[in-house]
Ligand binder design. Sequence first.
Ligand SMILES: C[S@@+](CC[C@H](N)C(=O)[O-])C[C@H]1O[C@@H](n2cnc3c(N)ncnc32)[C@H](O)[C@@H]1O
Length: 288
Amino acid sequence: MGVFFISMLRGVLAATALIVVAATAAQQYQYPNNLDVPYVPTNQPTVEAMLRIANVGPNDYVIDLGSGDGRIVITAARQFGAHGFGVDLDPQRIKESTENAMAAGVSDRAVFYQRNVFDTKLSEATVVTMYLLPRINLKLRPRLLAELKPGTRIVAHDFDMGEWKADITATVRAHNSTVYYWVVPAGVDGLWNLRVADPKGEHRYDLAIKQKFQEINVNTSAAGKAGVVREERLDGDRITFVLIDGDDYMKRLRFEGRVNGDTMEGTMRGEGSAPRTEVKWRATRAAK
Ligand SMILES: C[S@@+](CC[C@H](N)C(=O)[O-])C[C@H]1O[C@@H](n2cnc3c(N)ncnc32)[C@H](O)[C@@H]1O
């Protein structure tokens, strides 16, 4: 309760700070009146922390939603070798960021478009960055989960995504900035039929998976007998769980695999008193 209240308060204070800073700046420049979030740039140490936490590299395509003066995409291109684009509703920000990309020598890899974040196609991204407001993060959340490929990383400055808990939360103390990091989870909710291709004979399990964002709970049965499942984990499209023999708790079967739509496949290894064999498994979704 206390922690919840403090984090709420921090949210309100930070939101107020954004508005005050923007109000001062607005005396010189007339902002478009359709902005969902005022312009406040992320301090450079936090920009770098965001990109490091997301492990941005040359293979990444970074999209900054509400890109301001372009510093996040420009830093991703110049210091981390990535490419990508930013979108902002404010034409002045697009002009500045395009000039800044040119000055930084990365205009071939950091591009800026005058566009609403809610009209932006997200599916190409491997990394999405945001410094918006809690309400806007929550409004974007269903699209981030539906349109981004499993495994896509998201980093946000200062504001979280409510019930979708961050995988990593870090603080840049000198600036009192918080960085939140998420990996988009594959959708695994439902009933699955799993087959293990053991050379000694095929084993079948029925899995019932309950999912809340990246948190999963796996229940299983084989030939109508319930099994015990531990160490369930979903990291993007990678799923892991350990099946424990109800009659011998030392007999453990570790399943590791990748999810691809309504199919998952991988390898199963014996641990504890189970034979140390490694065999392939495959599961298909029977119902959502
Ligand atoms: C808090 S600033 C963040 C700027 C930059 N991402 C950074 O971290 O330095 C938010 C930016 O979002 C832009 N913005 C607000 N509402 C928007 C919308 N609906 N679509 C696109 N951009 C928007 C504002 O013009 C502003 O530049």
